[in-house]
Ligand binder design. Structure first.
Ligand code: XUL
Ligand code: CO
Length: 435
C-alpha cells in the first residue's frame, strides 16, 4: 500500500537543481571528511510529528488527517507504520524515533496498551527487516494522559510513579526488541507550576530514582546504547527540572546516572541559549549524544518545532558535531512538524527535503570551516599564553598561589591584551558560508 504514490524517491540533483522534489545538498553516499554524508548526519524521522500530529493548536482542530485510510485503531496505526517506512524510503532517511503511544493505540488498561504495543512492535520489526531502516531511539510518553498532570516521576502520587515506571519498562523492552541505539527521557511534565504546593527535594530525588531504576533495568535486558535526557526549560510546566544542558549535567552527577544528552535546538533557544552553546556544554562534559533538529521562531516565545532551514544555525551545529567526533549512537532526529497551514502530503516531503538539505549544507560548510583553519588557528593562538612559562604551569595545575603572586608583582602590569576579533571572525564565517 502506498500513501505517497505521486512522490518519487527523492534524488540528489546538485545545487543548481530547480526540481523541488530533489536534494540540492544531501547526497547520502558522498564522502565528506572521510565518511559518507548519511553517516555524518544520521537523519531520523520523528513518528509523533510525521505520522500523528494533525495540526491541532489551542485555537483550532486538526487541518490534516493522519489516519492513512484506516478505520479501526489498529488499522490506523499499521497504516501509519506503512506510511512511515514509505516516507523513509522515498527520503533516504535511515532511522526513526518514537514514543510508545505514537506507534500503538493506548488501551483501556496498561495491560491492553502493552498488548497493542507488542502487536505493533512485531509489525514494525518486520518492516525494519525488509527495509534495513533502524531505530535511533525510543521513549515513553509520560506526559499526555491526565494521570500525569502533576508529573510522572515527580508526581506527588506514588501510584503515578509506579505507573510511569511500568510504562517506561515496557517502552524500554520494545526499544531493545527493535534494536534501538538510544533511549530518551524527556521529562514532559517533570517540573512545577508553583513552589507553594511543591516539595522540590522529594520530586528531584524521585525523578533521579525513576531514571536509575528504569535505566538499570534497560541494561539488565541487554540495552547497549545510550540513555539521554533531553533538556527543556519550560513548556508545559513553568519550570522544568531538565532546564538546560548544564542543569541536567548537575542532576546526572548528583544522582549518579551514566547518561548523555539529546540536545534540541528549539529547547536551547527557549532556555535563552544558542543551539551551539548547548551542544558545546554537552561536549565539554563528555555528554554529547544526540540531537533533536528543529528551529524556533524568535518572534514567538514557545516551542514551535519548525523544520530547520537556517543554514547559519545548521552550520554551527554541525561544526560542534564534527568537533565532538561525530555521532556514535545518536543522530539528527527531526523533532519538527509542518506549519498548521502546510497541511498536504507534499508539505511533509518539502519540509523534510528543506531540513535535510539545510543540514547537508551545514555539514559541507562546517567541514570547509575546519579545512580552512582560520577560526581554529585563531582560537589556538588566543590561548597560546598557556603553552609556556607561568601559563603552562597553570595549565598543568602545578603552580602555587605564592608563585602567581610573585609573577604578578614582578610584571608591574599585564602587557596589552589582544583583541577578540569578533567581527573579523564573523566575517570569516560569512566568507565561507557564502563562497
Ligand atoms: C517536546 C519534545 C519531545 C521529545 C521526546 O518538546 O521535544 O517530543 O523529543 O519526548
Ligand atoms: Co524533542
Amino acid at each position: 500500500m502506498a500513501f505517497f504514490k505521486h512522490i518519487p524517491v527523492i534524488p540528489y540533483k546538485g545545487k543548481d537543481s530547480r526540481d523541488p522534489l530533489s536534494f540540492r545538498y544531501y547526497n547520502p553516499d558522498e564522502i565528506i571528511t572521510g565518511k559518507p554524508m548519511r553517516e555524518h548526519l544520521k537523519f531520523a524521522l520523528s513518528w509523533w510529528h510525521t505520522l500523528c500530529a494533525e495540526g491541532v493548536d489551542m485555537f483550532g482542530t486538526g487541518t490534516s488527517d493522519k489516519s492513512f485510510g484506516g478505520t479501526t485503531p489498529m488499522q490506523i496505526y499499521k497504516n501509519k507504520a506503512l506510511a512511515a517506512f514509505e516516507l523513509m524510503e522515498k527520503l533516504s532517511i535511515d532511522y526513526f524515533c518514537f514514543h510508545d503511544r505514537d506507534i500503538a493505540p493506548a488501551g483501556e488498561t496498561l495491560a491492553e496498551s502493552n498488548k497493542n504495543l507488542d502487536e505493533m512492535a512485531d509489525f514494525i520489526a518486520d518492516l525494519m527487516k525488509k527495509s534495513g531502516k533502524k531505530l535511533l531511539w525510543g521513549t515513553a510518553n509520560c506526559f499526555n494522559h491526565p494521570r500525569y498532570m502533576h508529573g510522572a516521576g515527580t508526581s506527588p502520587e506514588a501510584d503515578v510513579f509506579a505507573y510511569a515506571a511500568a510504562q517506561i519498562k515496557k517502552a524500554m523492552e520494545v526499544t531493545v526488541r527493535l534494536g534501538g541505539s538510544g533511549y530518551v527521557y524527556w521529562g514532559g511534565r517533570e517540573g512545577y507550576e508553583t513552589l507553594l504546593n511543591t516539595d522540590m527535594k522529594k520530586e528531584l530525588d524521585n525523578l533521579g530514582y525513576l531514571l536509575k531504576l528504569t535505566s538499570d533495568y534497560g541494561r539488565s535486558i541487554g540495552f547497549k546504547g545510550d540513555f539521554y535526557i533531553e533538556p527543556k526549560p519550560k513548556e508545559p510546566t513553568k519550570h522544568q527540572y531538565d532546564f538546560d544542558a548544564a542543569t541536567v549535567i548537575g542532576f546526572l552527577r548528583k544522582y549518579n546516572l551514566d547518561f548523555k544528552l539529546n540536545i534540541e535546538a528549539n529547547h536551547a533557544t527557549l532556555a535563552g541559549h544558542t543551539f551551539e552553546h548547548e551542544l558545546r556544554v554537552a561536549a565539554v562534559n563528555g555528554a554529547f549524544g544526540s540531537i533533536d533538529a528543529n528551529q524556533g521562531d524568535p518572534h514567538l516565545g514557545w516551542d514551535t518545532d519548525q523544520f530547520p532551514t537556517d543554514v547559519y544555525s545548521t552550520t554551527l551545529c554541525m561544526l560542534e558535531v564534527l568537533r565532538a567526533g561525530g555521532f556514535v549512537n545518536g543522530g539528527l532526529n527531526f523533532d519538527a512538524k509542518t506549519r498548521r497551514g502546510s497541511n498536504t502530503a507534499e508539505d511533509i516531503i518539502y519540509a523534510y527535503i528543506a531540513g535535510m538539505d539545510a543540514f547537508a549544507l551545514g555539514l559541507r560548510k562546517a567541514a570547509q570551516i575546519i579545512e580552512n583553519g582560520t577560526i581554529d588557528a585563531f582560537v589556538a593562538n588566543r590561548y597560546a599564553s598557556y603553552s609556556s612559562g607561568i601559563g603552562q604551569k597553570i595549565s598543568q595545575q602545578a603552580v602555587t598561589i605564592e608563585e602567581l603572586e610573585a609573577h604578578a608583582l614582578a610584571m608591574g602590569e599585564v602587557k596589552p591584551i589582544p583583541s577578540g576579533r569578533q567581527e573579523y571572525l564573523e566575517n570569516t564565517l560569512n566568507g565561507i558560508l557564502f563562497s
